[in-house]
Design a protein around this ligand. Sequence first.
Ligand SMILES: Cc1ncc(COP(=O)(O)O)c(C=O)c1O
Length: 430
Amino acid sequence: MPPLTETPEWVLEGRDHVWLPYTQVQTAPLPLPVKETRGTRLILEDGRELIDGCSSWWTACHGYNHPHIVGRISEQLKRMPHVMMGGIANEPAYTLAKRLADLLPGDLSRVFFAESGSVSVEVAMKMAIQYWINQDRPTHKKFLCFESGYHGDTMGAMSVCDVDRGMHQVFKGALIEQHLMPLPESDATRARLREFLRMHHEDIAAVIMEPLAQGAGGLKFHSKETLRYIRETTDEFGTLLIFDEIMTGFGRTGSMFACEGADVVPDIITLSKALTGGTLPLSVAISNERVSAAFINERADTALMHGPTFMGHALGCAAAHASLDLFEREPRLNQVAAIEAHFNAVLPSARNLPGVVDVRALGAIGVIQVKELKNLSWLKDRFVEEGVFIRPMADVIYVAPPFVIEPDDLRRLTDVMLDVTREWSQREFS
Ligand SMILES: Cc1ncc(COP(=O)(O)O)c(C=O)c1O
């Protein structure tokens, strides 16, 4: 693999003007300049191709440049890029709302459109708070959230992340304080959750969580029984339950939605990322009949007080339709099952490496958890040298490839993941 010979001008000139995500720009190595994408590969400016192990933060489930999505967006762009949602309507948004309502389990049926995952979480939180206000029960203002949870980077969303362990610790004093608890995975933590809700349910607007798989908090998985317990307990005390399926939605954990896999239905669900197959920013917060009913009546003051400029973006909604077409026409969930089977066959060989704490797989997520991500830049560089794009984070080296990855590329991706992790663990831990 040749070294990157020349960094293009646009990187050198632009880098003094760009904020990067979660990055100290002064010391960060130069980012890899991507010229184009092709299928499941990133093509760099110097012609090198990387097999993509991240799906651009878990979005590009059909790979990049899928002709059906590109075609649908182009068609929509020519006809009408976007119109505002106040007072006028665009067809892709209205038909998408109906399509999502038909697709989702239970009576999750009224769709609020936004642009990013974080904003849909803000909307879900506002829906939950206003649900109670609209019924003259204004004490329900706080949220119960779980350790290692992640729900986004805006102020409200940060407040329901794990502020003690996660990436937002610096903001702790500036955030609304919520109730952070361990996931109820044992008898003791179950009893604790139930007792907490028994005592405080009058103060709680909703419980919010990522079902089955927590993403940015370290790709931790929990059981379907845990979800069922949370649903039963929230039902017992009349507490609303929000599932943030921004990462898990659209097949990533093996079923179309994680909640379906567990046969549990929340009161509000948030979706984004793979909603448009990773092509355009779009998100939704979708409420069930119980929640919607508290807003929909003759009174003006019970309307939901939110309305982003680009809500229901026509291009994004056209892309989402195309992505859903692909889920209908192509065997995506079978592809996810095959990826999971492959992970389960090969990743356990890392289990006994020095510094490795756990190895796990769920759907199209394969994880090697380590004691500490020492010498992270060495690890990232080695992956690139070997022709794959894998970005370890928190305490995990993980892959979450596009579902359409070819078997040879998948094998290459996990071979490199295992070989480089072995090399790294021997350097750093033995
Ligand atoms: C579960 C979950 N919720 C919310 C978000 C925030 O989404 P966005 O980055 O689009 O604001 C993410 C992003 O990684 C996520 O994984």
